[in-house]
Write a protein that binds this ligand. Structure first.
Ligand code: GRG
Length: 390
């Protein structure tokens, strides 16, 4: 299905199209449910009653005039500080220090100890893009951050990346021991879904949309998402120095031993789309779902986030070779030290930067169909991800 072998076309597109067509078809088929149920009384602002009234809490705002310089004037720093503060407050409330204290202390250490909060911001910005309110997005925003934190705890474990520094602090297993770190990650994993299930309908999101958002988030970290990316990555690390290796990728034999380099672009993209991009995509898409987005809007958000998700990893690879550990708040130069296949290694530093630029343009292209003021945060978030320093 993936046509990775002997193909002239950029393999990343083939992989992405095939995989996401399947994933999206599954979502649409499974949840083409009746959206006509009414939300709890008083949760939909006056005037928002329309064809989508029951979908979620939607804000009433006057769109700016077309062509206004609203996008240029938008202050992302302020937006990130303000939204980030409210996300942190919501996370603090969601995971209080309670009995048993050890596990909650461990969960809170990783969840509340810094981080750029890119995934929650994507969820909130996508929700607001389609006319939803921040409050409607907050449960999925927090869930995306919990899932991300869970993956970081796992990733840092001695049996995985074996890292001692994360978000400028000692990693979870270094402070709490491996057993507690693993339990904290599992607890964050399941609590993410519990949190959406328990909180989203309280802020007026229709049950059908809550289910769709949970499906989106859970799929992104499962064996077709984050775990798939990680497991293929591990296989490659184990066999990196052997030649002639073939293995199965979505039922197709994939040759990972291209002459002179261990992994080709297609496999690298498979890894990063699953390991990194899927969760970023799920954050944005679930935001658009709970915001009441129509299918075409949700699909546009998905395409935007897919480009941004891959962009995120391309830039992560670039930063690993251009920044210090102090600047990154995590160990720099690890990819080079472990001879890992990265975008700079395959494309060169300039080539990787060029690829990043192409992805930003693709992401921006998807926003053109939306109201400019509402699209401004996502437009600037894509730029921030492309040109960030940590
Ligand atoms: C057990 C479901 C499960 C998964 C574990 C370990 C693993 C499987 C997957 C690894 C996923 C991973 C850590 C990918 C890297 C993603 C990435 C680029 C992280 C850095 O994200 P930032 O820059 O970090 O947003 P902050 O700290 O700012 O939040």
């Amino acid at each position: 299905m993936l046509q990775l072998i002997h193909c002239d076309k950029p393999p990343r597109l083939l992989i992405a199209r095939a995989h996401y067509a399947m994933a999206y078809a599954t979502v649409v088929c499974s949840y083409a449910t009746n959206m006509t149920a009414k939300p709890p009384a008083g949760t939909v602002p006056a005037g928002a009653a329309s064809r989508r009234q029951a979908a979620a809490v939607r804000c009433v705002s006057t769109p700016p005039e077309l062509g206004s310089p609203v996008v240029e004037r938008f202050d992302l720093k302020e937006y990130m500080a303000e939204k980030g503060r409210r996300v942190n407050e919501a996370l603090e409330l969601a995971v209080p220090l309670r009995y048993p204290e050890l596990i909650h202390r461990s969960m809170r250490h990783s969840l509340l100890g810094g981080g750029k909060r890119v995934r929650p911001l994507l969820a909130i910005a996508a929700c607001e893009l389609v006319g939803g309110c921040e409050a409607a997005a907050m449960p999925v925003a927090c869930a995306a951050e919990m899932l991300h934190t869970m993956s970081l705890i796992h990733d840092d474990l001695p049996c995985m990346d074996n890292d001692a520094l994360r978000r400028g602090q000692p990693t979870n297993h270094v402070l709490f021991g491996e057993e507690t770190a693993i339990l904290a990650a599992i607890a964050l994993h399941s609590f993410a879904f519990e949190h959406v299930a328990a909180s989203a309908s309280r802020v007026g999101v229709a049950p059908e949309r809550v289910v769709r958002a949970i499906l989106e988030l859970s799929n992104s970290v499962g064996s077709e998402g984050l775990v798939a990316g990680q497991v293929i990555n591990q296989s490659i690390n184990q066999f990196q120095n052997l030649r002639g290796i073939i293995f199965l990728l979505n039922s197709q034999i994939v040759d990972i031993s291209c002459e002179g380099k261990e992994v080709d672009m297609g496999v690298l993209e498979y890894i990063h789309i699953h390991k990194t991009a899927r969760l970023l995509e799920a954050a944005a898409v679930s935001g658009a779902i709970v915001g009441g987005g129509e299918e075409a809007e949700v699909e546009r958000v998905r395409r935007y986030a897919r480009s941004v998700g891959l962009l995120f990893q391309v830039v992560d690879d670039i930063l690993d070779v251009t920044k210090t550990s102090e600047e990154l708040g995590k160990t720099a130069g690890k990819d080079l030290a472990s001879d890992k296949t990265t975008y700079p290694k395959l494309l060169g530093l300039d080539g990787a930067r060029e690829f990043a630029h192409t992805l930003v343009l693709q992401a921006e292209g998807e926003l053109a169909a939306f109201d400019a003021a509402r699209a401004a945060p996502l437009y600037h978030l894509a730029r921030f991800i492309a040109y960030r320093h940590n």
